[in-house]
Design a protein around this ligand. Structure first.
Ligand code: AMP
Length: 113
């Protein structure tokens, strides 16, 4: 989608600090990091939120989780630990309407509310 910022980042129309990418997913550093390591993982294809994953091929969610694990290894936080979360909709605090997982780590993150 032309007016979606994460589509534009994935297509490299807008510059970002890309950490890992493959044919289906791109991981780039969050512009306003909330932990020492804060990376966003997005599908290249425009998917508005996790709710829309059910309309996509069945293996996509699995591939996304595997990509996140690969990213954690790449960042060197797989053993120390990390948090992977996605915000959905208004109550979830989703600001960008393109599915993205926040991967946070590099320090003790404390409890989730
Ligand atoms: P959410 O509230 O889950 O939709 O999170 C959106 C995230 O995108 C926030 O953490 C923002 O800091 C991040 N963000 C927005 N624009 C950019 C950008 N151009 N590059 C990197 N991160 C961004």
């Amino acid at each position: 989608m032309d007016d979606c910022i994460f589509c534009r980042i994935a297509a490299k129309v807008i510059p970002s600090d890309i950490v890992l990418e493959d044919d289906d997913f791109v991981a780039f550093r969050d512009a306003q990091p909330k932990a020492l390591q804060h990376v966003l993982v997005v599908p290249r294809e425009h998917i508005a939120s996790l709710n829309d994953l059910e309309h996509r091929p069945e293996g996509m969610g699995d591939a996304l989780m595997r990509f996140i694990v690969k990213l954690a290894k790449e960042l060197g936080i797989d053993e120390s630990g990390y948090r992977a979360l996605t915000n959905v909709g208004p109550d979830g605090g989703q600001e960008v309407q393109h599915l993205h997982f926040h991967v946070l780590g590099g320090e003790n993150l404390g409890d989730v509310r």
